[in-house]
Design a protein around this ligand. Structure first.
Ligand code: MG
Ligand code: ZN
Length: 271
């Protein structure tokens, strides 16, 4: 393993559009959405609209077909495949929902590249209605983060990933975090000096970082489009790999010679 955990936001990062907007517009709910927009949290609104779709006789297959029509840029696909083949652990952290993300990633044969999808759970009930459940059940307890919506604090998810991967392995884990939205600011603040944050240029995360860049400890690398995302991501993974080879060589020279055979393991990464 390259010792790198690559965390992708989903909407406007992996896909260029917002999957909620795409379904709303694609299935004729734009007006209804505008009516209800400021009356409830986003996550609850999406669930309510899915209930109305079901009442109108729209099926789960209609929603899936709409999601499969979302274009996915070929350079995002190659970025994901390259990061995976370079030994990174890929994860999604998204405020969309499991049905949307799973449908889209499976449609593009990308689902198995990710070790974990952190998002709002969803299920289809007996009437064929897709239901979205908040990631954090804010009716029973609050997550206490003022930066994030009530249903999901992505920063807490980063904390959990860091804790769980530290327990699993003694190898240092570094994060590369890619995102665009307001909800990606809290996790960006949680990253440390050895991590990287890749905000989409001129989107809310980038704007928030620009206001106060000294609050971010991670290295910042902005990207504008899929080509830049791919190029930056692959370069950073390669740079990290060279750093770890350098660190390995240092530790090697510090060891007595009879230990060398233990340290000279084959490296999984081609450059
Ligand atoms: Mg996003
Ligand atoms: Zn938060």
């Amino acid at each position: 393993m390259a010792g790198v955990i690559v965390v992708f936001d989903f909407d406007k990062t992996i896909i260029d559009v917002d999957s909620d907007d795409w379904v709303i517009d694609g299935l004729g709910l734009t007006e209804r959405f505008n009516e209800l927009l400021h009356t409830m949290p986003w996550n609850c609104l999406m669930d309510k609209l899915l209930g109305e779709l079901n009442e109108q006789g729209r099926t789960i297959e209609d929603i899936a077909a709409c999601l499969k029509s979302i274009p996915l840029h070929p350079q995002i696909i190659s970025a994901i495949k390259s990061a995976y083949s370079l030994g990174c652990d890929l994860r999604v952290v998204s405020d969309a929902n499991m049905f949307y993300i799973e449908t889209i990633l499976k449609h593009h044969e990308l689902f198995d590249y990710f070790s974990e999808i952190n998002t709002n759970p969803s299920y289809v009930d007996d009437n064929g209605r897709l239901t979205i459940v908040p990631y954090h059940d804010f009716h029973t307890s609050v997550h206490g983060c003022a930066l994030c919506p009530p249903n999901m604090c992505k920063g807490l998810i980063i904390d959990r990933i860091r804790d769980s991967t530290m327990k699993d392995s003694t190898a240092a884990k570094k994060f590369i975090y890619l995102g665009d939205g307001r909800g990606d600011y809290c996790p960006a603040l949680k990253l440390d000096e050895s991590d990287k944050v890749l905000p989409r240029k001129d989107y809310p995360l980038w704007n928030l970082i620009q206001k106060n860049p000294q609050l971010i400890r991670a290295e910042i690398h902005a990207w504008c489009n899929a080509a830049e995302l791919e190029e930056t991501l692959v370069q950073l993974i390669h740079a990290n790999t060279s750093d770890s080879i350098a660190a390995d060589c240092k530790s090697l020279s510090a060891l007595p010679s009879h230990h060398e055979a233990l340290v000279l393991h084959p490296l999984p990464v081609q450059q």
